[in-house]
Design a protein around this ligand. Structure first.
Ligand code: AKG
Ligand code: FE2
Length: 250
């Protein structure tokens, strides 16, 4: 119970809800168009992939880390992943509504705002209830990453990843590229297109449609791979929060 209160307190600090449960104007106005609106960047090469670099302020990042730490999931040294299904901890539910708000109110550079793909999340996903019901927190030590994969089909479209602590480069490759390589083994094959995305602490990416189903994502933190701007990233511990929605059984 004490832990719950502590979590509640942290949450209120992070995402701004005061004692009577009302959202603070101040926090909401942070997402307003006039004052430092959150900026969305559409990754041109990958349909459905959007990056919101400064999604969480430094203060919000440390409070979120504290809320994760308070869950006590990573007290054993070797544990590096925690999963939750269904009812998510309150901080994760708050994070989800913050993502919703960011999609609704964030700044989008687009020439045609009438098109659904001009937005970081299509409305049928953005308005589903709940937006997410599955959570993974991954903790990576320097050198650790995640192999190239497409997230399991048991999850719906519309996946969010919030990055904390050390920056990293996530690489995206088209799903067909493997098959394409086998078929064309003897031909001079064009090199596999690998799109690097820098995930800094506090950033959020949203993967929908092609980005979710037709591209694999991976984080290779072996020496020499984590390059950005001609320099190797100094690797520290990295934590990520992935939010997804389970498919409904037929
Ligand atoms: O840690 C990350 O940023 C990615 C995690 C991920 O892709 C997954 O858990 O499926
Ligand atoms: Fe993934």
């Amino acid at each position: 119970m004490e832990e719950e209160n502590e979590n509640r307190r942290i949450l209120n600090e992070v995402f701004g809800e005061d004692d009577d449960g009302e959202e603070k104007e101040l926090e909401i106005s942070k997402l307003d168009s006039t004052e430092n609106p959150l900026k969305w960047e559409q990754i041109k090469e990958i349909k459905g992939l959007w990056l919101c670099k400064d999604f969480l302020s430094l203060e919000q990042q440390s409070s979120l880390l504290l809320a994760i730490q308070n869950e006590g999931w990573f007290t054993e040294d070797r544990r590096n992943q925690a999963m939750r299904f269904g009812d998510l901890p309150m901080w994760a539910t708050k994070l989800a509504s913050y993502i919703h708000e960011a999609v609704m109110l964030g700044d989008i550079e687009s020439c045609d705002l009438n098109k659904e793909e001009a937005y970081p999340m299509p409305s049928h996903l953005l308005w589903r209830e709940p937006l997410f019901d599955q959570l993974i927190v991954n903790v990576y030590q320097p050198g650790e990453g995640i192999c190239a994969h497409v997230d399991l089909m048991r999850f719906e479209d519309g996946i969010a990843i919030v990055s904390l602590e050390s920056s990293c480069v996530m690489h995206f490759t088209r799903v067909e590229s493997d098959t394409c390589c086998i078929e064309n083994r003897d031909k001079k094959e064009a090199p596999v297109l690998k799109i690097p995305i820098l995930l800094t602490s506090g950033s959020l990416i949203l993967m929908c449609g092609e980005a979710r189903y037709l591209w694999k994502h991976e984080i290779d933190r072996k020496a020499g791979v984590q390059m950005w701007g001609g320099q190797e990233i100094d690797q520290q511990k990295r934590t990520s929060v992935t939010l997804r929605k389970l498919c409904q059984p037929e």
